[in-house]
Design a protein around this ligand. Structure first.
Ligand SMILES: Nc1nc2c(ncn2[C@@H]2O[C@H](COP(=O)(O)OP(=O)(O)OP(=O)(O)O)[C@@H](O)[C@H]2O)c(=O)[nH]1
Ligand SMILES: [Mg+2]
Length: 529
């Protein structure tokens, strides 16, 4: 059952222990008298009567505010706080903004929260440190303004807070951060409380940085022969933090690091719990920076969305090829990738120097690799629930997006074919005559012309017996693989074909198709630049 965070029965006298700010712990408007309005009142005097009416007015105001908060603000804020507790986003302001925009637009999904879930120590410290100050400020202003639309008010408030935050750069305490990202400091002996049985880790990095060599070595191949990776491959590895710890499987995704292959990476961003970023420390670190930025720093709106799916996930940077003399050291790698900046946002980052090729490391796997992977597994387990919930949600969002893109592409292609069936003046007509067309269509459908459904015949005429259009239409009713694609009834096929037919020469649709067609000359040239 989806339920918001359990409400604590703790008495109001101990609000500090509540992990979550709710309206009961909110700052109310200051008493007009200042301090305790009831203190030292004696009945009878004019001054006291004045005070009493002021106190009654203050009480009334509190009641109004209380009622307002209970009705208009609490329901949204309670859900929001639950969401933050589950997600534990690093950028709380951004997450609150996108959540509230979803509430406003009716697109916020229902929150999955285990009703048995206890609020942990980590939850409490996260809320106290990252959420409460911001939420308290926001709610103080909500109380003061009592807007009719508190969600819109909060969105505007958060947006302006965010704009202010980006105007003023955060103070840099680089030395502290550098300590935090030095690998040795990052490894702790603390045992995580949970163990995610299947951990999914994306291995990223420039081509020839040594990703595949390293993964093969981890699997026990101490003489790995390397050649540039082609597609996408997974490596499974059994893992156990210590003898008495539970076992888990680490699945590493290995991809090609070539620039051309990178466009396919974001498709997997949602599906991993953590990232290993491999750097070839013997070559120009600017290349590693470009690759790192491609993964972690936004370029455009949609890409930004995919990249946000890596943000906040534990990141292990392997400073590889340390056997080579001129190799950059972890500190230089941190600087080149500007990891301080990344770390400052609260992400778990560690940089570990390794020699990934066992042949360059006394014929054995560099022991630092194992320690680094232990660190990563531990960091995943520390946030197991939140990372897994995020993976499920974001993978569903990615799949839905991909399905939408596929549908759009199919429609675009079908319209293009229909334009050939009904060309504009001066363009050649690539169609068959009626008898030839019907014969062809019947053979595609595996029936005789006489047995053909009347709707099918009508559609064949509508498509002017264009060969490819007939083939595509037949495949809608009789797909090659019905398991992958459900067959459409003739009524459904007719609705689809007629809709595409009606829009095929609509100038706005034609323009959009051209803009979105990756095979168009204009777009191919733009991509090349
Ligand atoms: N000296 C040295 N060479 C290494 C090390 N690790 C990998 N190499 C070499 O680097 C080259 C590239 O290794 P790969 O594992 O294929 O690199 P990759 O990152 O998988 O490359 P792509 O698949 O193209 O993305 C190979 O010649 C490896 O032998 C290392 O630690 N030291
Ligand atoms: Mg490879």
């Amino acid at each position: 059952m989806n339920r918001p965070l359990q409400q604590s029965n703790r008495p109001r006298s101990a609000p500090a222990k509540r992990p979550v700010a709710t309206s009961t712990a909110l700052p109310g408007p200051a008493s007009p008298l200042g301090g305790d309005a009831h203190a030292g009142l004696r009945p009878g005097t004019a001054k006291n009567i004045k005070r009493r009416s002021a106190s009654a007015a203050s009480r009334r105001r509190r009641e109004i505010v209380g009622e307002y908060m209970r009705r208009s603000v609490d329901p949204v804020m309670r859900e929001l706080v639950t969401h933050l507790l589950v997600e534990k986003p690093v950028d709380v302001t951004k997450e609150m903004l996108s959540y509230l925009r979803g509430v406003r637009d009716g697109t916020t999904p229902q929150i999955q929260m285990d009703s048995q879930r206890k609020v942990s120590k980590e939850d409490r410290s996260y809320m106290a440190r990252d959420v409460k100050p911001l939420l308290t400020d926001l709610l103080s202003d909500v109380v003061r303004a009592r807007p009719r639309a508190p969600v819109d008010f909060s969105i505007a408030w958060l947006a302006s807070r965010r704009a202010q935050a980006t105007d003023v750069p955060a103070p840099k305490s680089v030395s502290k951060l550098r300590d935090a990202i030095s690998f040795d400091a990052a490894v702790t002996s603390q045992k995580p409380t949970t163990c995610l049985e299947k951990k999914r880790i994306f291995v990223l990095g420039d081509t020839s940085s040594g990703k595949t060599t390293l993964l093969k070595a981890m699997q026990g191949d101490l003489e790995p022969t390397a050649k540039p990776s082609g597609g996408f491959k997974t490596f499974d590895l059994g893992h156990q933090l210590s003898e008495d710890a539970p076992q888990s499987t680490l699945t590493f995704f290995d991809v090609s690091g070539k620039t051309k292959a990178r466009a396919r990476w974001p498709a997997y961003f949602s599906d991993c719990h953590a990232v290993v970023f491999v750097v070839d420390c013997s070559s120009d670190l600017a290349e590693a920076r470009t690759c790192f930025d491609y993964c972690f720093r936004a370029t455009n709106e949609h890409e930004d969305e995919r990249r946000s799916m890596l943000k906040g996930k534990p990141l292990l940077v392997l400073a590889n090829k340390q056997d080579l003399e001129a190799s950059a050291k972890p500190d230089e790698v941190s600087k080149a990738l500007d990891l301080d900046d990344y770390q400052r946002d609260g992400y778990h980052v560690a940089v570990c120097p390794v020699t990934g090729d066992p042949q360059k490391s006394n014929g054995a796997l560099d022991p630092r690799v194992e320690r680094a992977i232990d660190w990563l597994a531990q960091k995943i387990d520390d946030k197991a629930g939140a990372l897994e919930a995020r993976r499920t949600r974001e993978t569903a969002a990615t799949d839905a997006w991909d399905a939408l893109q596929k549908e759009k592409k199919e429609q675009r292609v079908f319209r293009k074919v229909l334009r050939k069936a009904h060309p504009q003046e001066g363009e050649p007509e690539e169609c068959m005559d009626e008898s030839e067309g019907l014969e062809f269509f019947a053979s595609e459908l595996g029936c005789t012309i006489e047995a053909m459904d009347p709707t099918a015949k009508r559609l064949a005429a509508l498509m002017n017996y264009q060969k490819l259009a007939l083939q595509m239409t037949a495949a809608m009713n009789q797909p090659v693989n019905p398991k992958k694609r459900a067959p459409k009834s003739w009524d459904e096929v007719a609705a689809y074909v007629e809709a595409r037919h009606a829009e095929k020469w609509d100038p706005a649709v034609v323009q959009r198709d051209e803009d979105e067609d990756p095979t168009s000359m204009k777009n191919r040239l733009a991509k090349r630049q």
